[in-house]
Design a protein around this ligand. Structure first.
Ligand code: GLY
Length: 397
């Protein structure tokens, strides 16, 4: 019985809050300011809840405890990155000190070569730190991180290998990997080795060829033959099925091709990003409040869990894509991103002060098929929410 009541309760509260969020009368300027003020207070709660050597990952409502992870987990850059984004807007010195402390903690990742996640880990953290401070020590760390990431480039497959060979995959590349290209482009464009950007472009072109379906939705994992680059299998790891559209993966794809357009001005990347945006925004399973279910083909809709992180990430990407188009498309991207941000800032998704361990947003889903991080506050949802608020403020207010 409890199994049925819980989803029904979640559905009703999401529907009610959808109405409440659309009725929100706050201007975006007020909403952005209020959310940075909230984040400034809430992240002090989070900072007090984590062990000194680990980074916060998610909060478990069943145990009331934070799951904090070590520095080599792919998400280790999101907490420092969120702190920098909050510090930039509030100039709060306690937040600043926590940002500095956690950067030191994750710095050894600059030589990590165990998977493709260096862009997430180092660019969200040290990238923001450098952007805000212009401290060249951070730039050096980004240069070293790009060199480490580039070791995973495989000329045979014309792409960066995501995970190492294991019993499931020979040479897997996941759509998430598009996000790591930003750091490679940035280092090449700021005096570093030009080869990194060439690798990023080659990777993006290979992904364009093999990862997408005709409707612009993306497979999650492409497993390559490491000897000759042929595709062995098109599959999923975190999605509902090999043939499904895992929501966060569509977000990574949208964000990835938008940033590749920004950094190269190659129209093919812009066209791809627009196609992905159309797939997401026209999808019949995108809920009214514009926060996706964890997969666009998730079973048990409308009772399926949402993924607030996908909503935050897609909002942030749409705000950037809106910079590169005009007219109806620009208006659509901006309006959709605004709806997503208003939903995320509503009581349905946003924590109340002191709750949820100190995370900002509730209702994200990490890896449903692995029974991992389902319907929880997760650190990367906070990061992309803050980034989207900043982007809205910088570009549209
Ligand atoms: N593998 C990154 C993600 O869960 O989105």
């Amino acid at each position: 019985m409890a199994k049925i009541i819980k989803p029904v309760f979640i559905l009703i509260s999401i529907m009610l809050s959808g109405i409440q969020s659309f009725a929100q009368t706050k201007s975006m300027k007020e909403l952005i300011q209020a959310n940075f003020d909230f984040a400034r207070a809430q992240y002090k709660v989070l900072a007090n809840n984590i062990p000194s050597e680990k980074l916060p990952q998610n909060w478990d409502p069943k145990t009331g405890k934070i799951d904090a992870r070590d520095i080599q987990w792919w998400c280790s850059g999101f907490y420092p990155g969120s702190l920098w984004l909050i510090y930039e807007q509030t100039k709060d010195e306690t937040i600043h000190q926590e940002a500095l402390r956690t950067l030191k903690l994750i710095e050894p990742n600059k030589t990590f070569t165990g998977n493709h996640d260096l862009g997430f880990m180092m660019f969200c953290s040290f990238g923001n730190a450098y952007r805000i401070t212009r401290d060249n020590a951070y730039k050096d760390i980004l240069f070293q991180s790009a060199a480490s990431l580039a070791t995973r480039y495989r000329p045979e497959i014309q792409a960066i290998q995501s995970w190492n060979k294991n019993k499931f995959w020979d040479c897997p590349v996941i759509i998430d990997n598009m996000m790591n290209l930003e750091m490679l482009n940035w280092v090449s464009d700021h005096g570093g080795d030009k080869r990194y950007k060439e690798i990023a472009i080659t990777h993006a072109n290979t992904t364009l060829k093999n990862h997408f379906r005709p409707d612009f939705s993306s497979f999650h994992v492409i497993d390559y033959n490491p000897n000759n680059g042929t595709v062995r299998r098109k599959a999923t790891w975190q999605g509902a099925a090999n043939s499904s559209a895992w929501a966060r993966g569509q977000g990574w794809a949208l964000y990835g091709y938008t940033l590749m357009y920004r950094d190269t001005k190659n129209e093919a990347y812009l066209k791809q990003a627009e196609g992905i945006a159309a797939f997401i925004l026209n999808h019949p399973n995108l809920p009214e409040d514009k926060i996706p279910y964890w997969d666009f083909d998730a079973p048990f809709m409308p009772y399926a869990e949402r993924d607030a992180s996908a909503g935050a990430l897609i909002a942030s990407a749409l705000l950037e894509l809106g910079q590169y188009v005009e007219g109806d498309k620009k208006r659509l991207y901006l309006k959709s991103a605004e709806q997503m941000l208003r939903s995320l800032a509503s009581d349905t998704y946003r924590s109340k002060f002191g709750e949820n361990g100190g995370f900002l947003l509730q209702h994200s889903t990490g890896a449903f098929p692995l029974n991992s991080e389902i319907d929880r506050p997760i650190i990367y949802a906070d990061y992309y929410f803050l980034e989207a608020l900043k982007r809205y403020k910088d570009w549209y207010l």
